[in-house]
Design a protein around this ligand. Structure first.
Ligand code: FE
Length: 130
């Protein structure tokens, strides 16, 4: 159960169509198209849906995959993980623990020390620059 509960109508009114498609309908932005793919300014990445702190720029790296990649969340409790068997693959979906918004997926091919690659849609994030 997420802390923020809103109707799909409310979400639709608050989010851009692209944010809604990704956060509420588990969509994926086209690779290399997102606002933050090549952004490395210091700051805090917040959920575009609810503003919760999700990732720190210090964990962001260029994975070459076409989406923003992070090696760890800002805090373990900031995100939820769920098994996703759509599109003929078994993946781990990453969601905002605060509002339940879909963020992206996590893969076990990230850099040390975590070995994790959080592959996150730019449209699900809002960078608060330092
Ligand atoms: Fe959120």
């Amino acid at each position: 159960m997420t802390k923020i509960q809103k109707s799909e109508q409310e979400w639709r009114a608050e989010l851009t169509p692209e944010q809604y498609r990704i956060l509420r309908e588990k969509g994926t932005e086209a690779p290399f198209s997102g606002e933050y793919d090549f952004t490395f300014e210091p700051g805090t990445y917040r959920c575009a849906g609810c503003g919760a702190e999700l990732f720190d720029s210090q964990t962001k790296y260029d994975s070459g995959c076409g989406w923003p990649a992070f090696s760890a969340p800002a805090a373990e409790e900031a995100i939820d993980a769920e098994t996703d068997v759509s599109h003929g693959m078994v993946r781990t979906e990453v969601l905002c623990a605060n509002c339940g918004g879909h963020l992206g997926h996590v893969f076990p091919d990230g850099p040390a020390p975590t070995g994790q690659r959080y592959c996150i849609n730019s449209a699900a994030l809002k960078l608060e620059e330092e």
